[in-house]
Design a protein. Structure first.
Length: 375
């Protein structure tokens, strides 16, 4: 029995197994990434926010899209030759493809919103903050419009999977191409939005470069969108949608991974210290409890309670002159934990050694009591 149901030739060439493998592997990798993110946010730093819940929604929709794509391969998705698609498969093929579209659109919207909401943790109140809010609104409205067009491409709707019905459909290729082009604009806007804030921040250049690189990973999604447009332009018959669905699976899962990777820095730092057996120089314990891991690896959050409505995005900015490093960082209500917080500048270390001299005269207890009573 071949991969595709009802085919006259059991060995009809198909990339169905490849689509299945890519969907399964990438969905598993993105799940692991999301679980690690929730561990960091919920256990290590105890600061789960809206962006974390939204990325879970993105994964659920991406997983549903992947499962439907795998099922669709059994009904003909991936066949190299359209003539090998059995007529009795067309109904199920079309209805599964129709079901998958809303999950795909919701997933790509959700991972963008997750990134945008995470930006609100550190972007200052001002033009960039308002720009982020504006992009959230516009991105949501556009993808909702995309969804409405997709599910109502034909009238009646059932004509999308049953061509025997009377009715009419919009030309699919121009609609998909125009929607994908606008999606690319949103991808670029979302990925580049934090760059001006990070470039102007006063964090160390090394850390700044790492952050810019992490957020810049999202540009790969733009490349995938460009590839998808090329596959859209080649749509002629049912089986031509295989490359489009394959790249859509890659896009949704990669978007989830890109949205989650910047939140995993505390976990990397935590296990880095554990690998050093939790000791500093001279074999002494570092003295940082695990529950402080988030505070020490935090990007300073812009707060509304400070002067001008924000704190500076700067390493060690909230440290005061008195109190220990952990005490000062514990007071900082940071919510985006990416950077390793360490004070900068010249640090002076003083060691005091107390010795006991057995030859010294004992201190009179009566004098001690007298001193206490007279205090």
């Amino acid at each position: 029995m071949g991969w595709t149901y009802n085919t006259a030739d059991p060995d009809a060439p198909t990339i169905g197994p490849q689509i299945t493998g890519v969907a399964a592997v990438l969905t598993a990798i993105s799940l692991i990434t999301v679980l690690l993110r929730m561990y960091v946010r919920g256990v290590l730093i105890k600061a789960i926010g809206a962006d974390d819940w939204i990325v879970i929604l993105a994964w659920l929709c991406s997983a549903a899209f992947g499962v439907l794509s795998i099922i669709q391969t059994k009904w003909g998705l991936g066949l190299a030759n359209a003539l090998d698609l059995p007529p009795e498969n067309i109904h199920n093929f079309g209805i599964i493809q129709y079901m998958g579209a809303p999950f795909y659109i919701t997933s790509i919207l959700a991972f963008k919103l997750s990134l945008l909401y995470s930006y609100l943790r550190f972007i200052p109140k001002g033009v960039y903050y308002r720009a982020t809010i504006g992009i959230i609104v516009c991105c949501t409205l556009f993808h909702f419009s995309f969804l409405m067009v997709q599910v109502n491409l034909c009238q009646p709707i059932a004509k999308q999977w049953d061509q025997s019905l009377e009715g009419a459909c919009l030309a699919g290729v121009p609609v998909y191409t125009s929607m994908a082009s606008v999606t690319i604009l949103f991808d670029v806007a979302v990925m580049l939005l934090p760059f001006p804030v990070l470039l102007k921040s006063r964090i160390q250049n090394r850390k700044k470069a790492v952050l810019l690189g992490l957020f810049g990973l999202g540009l790969f999604i733009t490349i995938i969108q460009i590839i998808r447009i090329q596959t859209v332009n080649k749509l002629v018959n049912y089986t031509d949608s295989a490359p489009l669905i394959l790249w859509s699976t890659v896009e949704t899962n990669l978007g989830i991974i890109v949205a989650s990777v910047p939140t995993l820095a505390p976990l990397v730092k935590y296990f880095s210290e554990r690998s050093q057996k939790g000791t500093g120089s001279g074999g002494r314990k570092t003295g940082y409890p695990s529950h402080d891991i988030g505070s020490r690896y935090a990007m300073q959050t812009w707060k509304s309670g400070r002067a001008k409505g924000s704190t500076k995005l700067d390493s060690g900015n909230d440290l005061t002159d008195s109190g220990s490093l952990d005490e000062n960082l514990a007071k900082n209500n940071s919510t985006e934990f990416i950077l390793d917080q360490e004070p900068e500048g010249i640090v002076k270390k003083t060691e005091i050694t107390v010795t006991s001299n057995e030859a010294a005269a004992p201190i009179s207890t009566s004098r001690i009591h007298a001193g206490v009573d007279g205090a």
